[in-house]
Write a protein that binds this ligand. Structure first.
Ligand code: SMG
Ligand code: MG
Length: 366
């Protein structure tokens, strides 16, 4: 296969409601799509960088710049998707940018060969259970209403975003209203320090599945220390950027569950490696979300169908975040989403919707 270039496209997708985390509030997603153009056909990738470097150091403008200047020119001789990461390896970091390029090339390749993402990655289920991530709200009653709506829609697991001042009492309120049966977990997006260990241990009373990324992304040892004080399983998100860092965090006792996000770790092929490393160590994994459009969502669902993904992911229906998705919408049935079975991602953008929401396009030859 010969890669000719990539069409980069920014798409402005308004969220159905503001999504607040410990690092900020989002009302719109500035989605960066990449379309790989090859002699075997085209493929789509979605870059999960945010508009600002708040979740990680990458942001949309930085991604566009590094792709144009360094990453895309480095793919002139790349023969297949399996070589993309190797050819981009000399450039440090920028994993979300690399992941999007690899995803687009992989989609082009799999479409040409008639194989689906799920089959290529090693999926074993034809549908996956859906969890939902619920943002920080202005009041507890408002949060309880939101959780009630998601449970009524069929979501099988609730994740509450937490931060200092919005944690123990909020979890208590959710448990009191909805009972002990609801699968419940929390995500701090690095909002605490080890000095909060005893406070976080108060969450042990609520039988949570896990506490996600309570401490700084670089503080892997801190998480290992925290795990000695807090009984609730610690799950790393931001700290895990490769199979190597996953193996190290597991060995140190810093994580007993892993949130796998392909963008954060440099692509779906590295994501599968983390699944393999974790599974071999007896560590359960689940698929994280980055407010993807239908393009990223399709690939995440495929990944979540691998056997080690034994916890429900942040894999929600299109209408969790968007009134209009750029692909035909993913609609939940019985708390599950179907794993796309058609070649490649199994979905593509609807041209009219894509054009309407596009804010910028640039063609970048290799
Ligand atoms: O796509 O359902 C989703 C969002 C899930 O909460 C979610 N992701 O840290 O896990 C996380 C957050 C980061 C999202 S803000 C870009
Ligand atoms: Mg997280």
């Amino acid at each position: 296969m010969k890669i000719e270039g990539f069409e980069l496209r920014r798409v402005g997708m308004p969220l159905v409601s503001p999504f607040r985390t410990s690092f900020g509030t989002q009302t719109e997603r500035d989605v960066l799509l990449v379309k790989a153009v090859t002699d075997a056909g085209e493929g789509w990738g979605e870059c999960v960088t945010g508009a600002d470097p708040l979740y990680s150091s990458e942001y949309v403008e930085s991604t566009v710049d590094v792709m144009r200047r360094f990453l895309i020119p480095a793919l002139a001789q790349t023969p297949d998707a399996g070589r993309v990461a190797t050819d981009l390896h000399p450039f440090k970091g920028h994993r979300m940018a690399k992941a999007a390029l690899e995803m687009a090339v992989l989609d082009a390749e799999l479409r040409a060969e008639g194989r689906s993402f799920a089959r290529e990655l090693g999926g074993v289920h034809d549908s996956v259970p859906c969890g939902v991530s619920v943002g920080i709200m202005d009041s507890v009653p408002q949060l309880l209403d939101a959780v009630a709506r998601y449970l009524a829609q069929g979501y099988v697991r609730i994740k509450l975003k937490i931060e200092p001042g919005w944690d123990v009492e909020v979890v208590r309120a959710v448990r009191e209203r909805f009972g002990d049966e609801v699968l419940l977990q929390v995500d701090a997006n690095t909002a605490y320090t080890l000095r909060d260990a005893r406070h976080l241990a108060k969450l042990d009373a609520f039988d949570l599945l896990l506490i996600e990324q309570p401490l700084d992304e670089d503080d892997v040892l801190g998480h290992a220390d925290l795990a000695k004080v807090v009984k609730t399983p610690i799950c790393l998100d931001e700290s895990i950027v490769s199979a190597q860092s996953a193996a190290a965090a597991i060995r140190l006792g810093a994580t007993s569950v892993i949130n796998i996000k392909p963008g954060r770790v440099g692509g779906y092929l590295e994501a599968r490696r983390i699944h393999d490393v974790a599974t071999a160590a007896g560590v359960p994994v689940w698929c994280g979300g980055m407010i993807e459009s239908g393009i990223g969502r399709a690939a995440n669902i495929a990944l979540a169908s691998l056997p080690g993904f034994t916890l429900p992911g942040d894999v929600s229906a299109s209408d969790r975040f968007y009134t209009t998705d750029i692909t035909p919408p993913f609609v939940m049935a019985g708390g599950h989403l179907p794993v796309p079975a058609a070649p490649g991602l199994g979905v593509a953008p609807v041209p009219e919707i894509l054009d309407e929401l596009t804010t910028w396009v640039e063609w970048m030859p290799v």
